[in-house]
Design a protein around this ligand. Structure first.
Ligand code: ATP
Ligand code: MG
Length: 358
């Protein structure tokens, strides 16, 4: 019997449209090859900055509700020079992540063969760690305001509050430990800044220490975020599963992907771990207006995110084949400019498809 998966496809802005087209081409190929094992029923949504210019909002009022009917969401990128970044980000990506309670964002940091890495390490391809980002609260709680004039000179004061709940900390930390148990090396590194952020991050640390006692088989360590940034560069073999708050994990994931070569290869999944609603799969990079429309964007981050989606849908073999096809393609030197090559988006996509047939 054919299994049907309903996909909501949101290409979004800039290169989002190009890399999603690449990812969908790969998914269609896999579907064709599956001998009716599965098929995708894809609906496209034109939400994003063009939609905003026309309608005054990034998505329709019932947009998030509409997405609840799908098995997965495949997302391009958001960002446009005509729309303030905080408007587009909150109006689309964060609206979906928070609206569908996709509370765990995972971002693998992988050193692909044949790619110009930016790390001084004798064997970069042996490195492989995964960032677990708290995706529902923390610094992205959206609590605060502007136009206070508490200063004697009456100039503006803005307040931006972070919210850390014991519930939120515990579920993401537990998720990181469970994930560590599925990996060869069982280790979780927790990252905070609890010397300076004395309420929320101290709570996080306490929850981490409590939960860690339930996982005696998992090795742990705890770092301040500034020192952790240095560890990424100086001691990357010490990393396995790294769990951090919404903001810190976001920053560390850009660092990780830059070390691995480029933002263009970094994949991510916003998981609704409890499976009440669909999860969302997207590359880590943004809309890259500087290269949009030129056909040169690196599609690997978005195609690797499709592999994470296949995994989440239970198509484990297809996920691992796709992952392998990406590695073969980069090993053959078929790579974009951002990682030291000359190929364009289409050439890479076709090469990945060809490598899937092997
Ligand atoms: P946004 O506002 O949407 O976040 P941005 O320009 O701030 O856009 P990114 O889109 O993440 O941030 O891009 C940062 C830099 O990395 C840009 O110079 C961009 O060209 C480059 N880049 C990002 N993604 C890719 C990609 N897939 N392929 C090639 N280069 C990329
Ligand atoms: Mg950006």
């Amino acid at each position: 019997m054919t299994k049907t998966f309903k996909l909501a496809v949101i290409p979004g802005d800039g290169i989002g449209k190009e890399v999603i087209a690449a990812g969908m081409k790969v998914l269609s190929y896999l579907e064709e090859q599956s001998n009716d094992k599965f098929k995708f029923e894809s609906d496209y949504f034109d939400w994003g900055s063009d939609y905003y210019i026309e309608h005054g909002s990034m998505i329709p009022e019932d947009g998030v509700e509409t997405l609840k009917d799908y098995d997965a969401i495949y997302f391009g990128a958001v960002g446009d020079p005509r729309v303030p970044d905080h408007v587009s980000l909150w109006g689309l990506r964060i609206a979906i992540c928070q609206g569908l309670d996709q509370w765990a964002n995972i971002r693998p940091v992988e050193f692909l063969p044949g790619v110009q890495h930016r790390i001084a390490h004798p064997d970069p391809e042996s490195l492989n760690w995964i960032l677990v980002r708290e995706n529902s609260e923390g610094e992205y709680s959206g609590i605060g305001g502007r136009n206070f004039s508490a200063r004697p000179d009456e100039r503006e004061v803005a307040i931006q509050s972070s919210i850390f709940t014991e519930y939120g900390c515990e579920r993401i930390i537990r998720f990181a430990f469970d994930l560590a148990r599925t990996r060869k090396r069982k280790k979780v590194t927790s990252v905070t800044k609890s010397n300076a952020q004395q309420y929320g991050m101290v709570l996080w640390d306490e929850v981490f220490e409590r939960v860690s006692k339930e996982y005696p088989d998992v090795e742990t360590d705890q770092w301040l975020v500034d020192a952790m940034a240095a560890q990424f560069v100086l001691n990357p073999e010490s990393l396995e599963v790294v769990v951090a708050s919404n903001l810190f994990a976001d920053i560390l994931s850009d660092l990780g992907s830059a070390l691995a070569g480029s933002l263009g290869i970094a994949s991510s999944a916003n998981l609704q771990v409890d499976k009440r609603f669909p999860s969302m799969f997207e590359s880590v990079h943004g809309s890259a207006p500087d290269i949009a429309g030129k056909g040169v964007a690196n599609p690997i981050g978005t195609i690797a995110s499709a592999a994470l989606m296949l995994e989440d849908l239970g198509l484990h073999e297809e996920a691992s084949n796709l992952h392998e096809a990406i590695r073969r393609t980069t090993a053959q030197g078929i790579i974009t400019r951002d990682i030291g090559g000359t190929s364009n988006t289409e050439e890479i996509t076709n090469a990945i498809i060809e490598n899937l047939t092997l």
